[in-house]
Design a protein around this ligand. Sequence first.
Ligand SMILES: C[S@@+](CC[C@H](N)C(=O)[O-])C[C@H]1O[C@@H](n2cnc3c(N)ncnc32)[C@H](O)[C@@H]1O
Length: 407
Amino acid sequence: MEVTIERILPGGLGLGHAEGRTIMVALAAAGDRVRIRVERIKGNVSFASIEEIVTPSPHRVEPPCPYFGRCGGCDFQQMNYQTQLDAKAEIVRDCLRRLAGIENIPDFQITAAPNPWHYRSRAQWQYDPVRQRLGYFESGSRNVCDVADCAVLAPQLQSTLERLRARMMSGSLPEARDFRAVLGDQGVSISPAVDGEVADITRTIHGDSYRFNAESFFQANDGLLPQLIEAAIGEVKGETALELYSGVGLFTLPLGRRFARVIGVESDHRAAEFARANLAGAGLTNAEVVTRDVGVWLDDVKRHDLSRVSEKSAKALQDQIGLVLLDPPRAGAESRVIAGVLGLQPRRISYVSCDPATLARDLKKLIAGGYQIASISAFDMFPQTHHVETVVHLMFEATGEGVIANN
Ligand SMILES: C[S@@+](CC[C@H](N)C(=O)[O-])C[C@H]1O[C@@H](n2cnc3c(N)ncnc32)[C@H](O)[C@@H]1O
């Protein structure tokens, strides 16, 4: 069967129609005419792979990586870089339109990565000790694709991968399902530890120092972090800011400089400890990090059960909150988190998201709760993949302030 790819959908598959069916094609580019093999059928949708490119899209390029197509890591290498950016902006718009029901989506920019290759400063490598493979899962499977050379890894992490590979070959790699590695200013932290302990590292972003290790979350592309921080916080200043899912404090430190009081909430106790140390290192005593599940913490606040909230936080929560910044994992925020945020009625909300679909689902609820979108910005934190980072600022409608301003 042949199909023409109309556009790229959220999730990265190419959309086509043939013989009355909707076809979703992996690793396609908009404008491709392709002969496909149907791999799986779900309702009226056929999921397919490309058997032959009959007429290539004008935006198609030769994927430079020898593992492309087998490795599940990159799914956009077949498009030139500008086309990747255009596809991601369309993915964000598509989600906001279809899943959040937003008709008038404000214009927004997607900021290109300064480094579309060799950008990843954090990686997770799967290890199959039986087959002696180290790399990434193959697409749609739990088989490990053995990757000796990864085109999106920062050079220092490529060297780490080579070091682990050499240990695998010599039989001295510790047994583990996977290895996580993260790059610091001076070295690499690996978990589980290969020699000695899991090392703590320091990374300097936008003049601030963050200490953490391979077991805590940190953004995977340093190249755009200053811009991401600026977009997430903007020029907003004020009395109290609340940061949900605060990690090791990437946004907590800059928030601490702009707000009189900051409360961060993070469930991973090691990440929360790092955040406290990072705040102390920056001389910021006006920010507190609470080690709790965000939903549980907001429920306590809602029930006015401030006994489990520190005295400092309880006092801060008595005032109107100027900004709630939330940066949840890919699954987005639980319903009770959105309900809890709405209950606090902050003047502004800044939602940082790595998944436009869950972002749109959550925005729909925030808009129904009285907020309107003030601005949107997108960042290509993950070139060569369909993933995109989005920042949406919302304002409480009753303030009647402008629609586009980011401050
Ligand atoms: C996408 S990361 C963002 C971290 C930080 N904002 C950053 O950019 O480095 C999400 C963070 O939420 C934390 N987390 C996940 N689920 C949580 C929950 N239910 N309650 C509190 N924190 C949670 C994770 O440990 C992780 O640190």
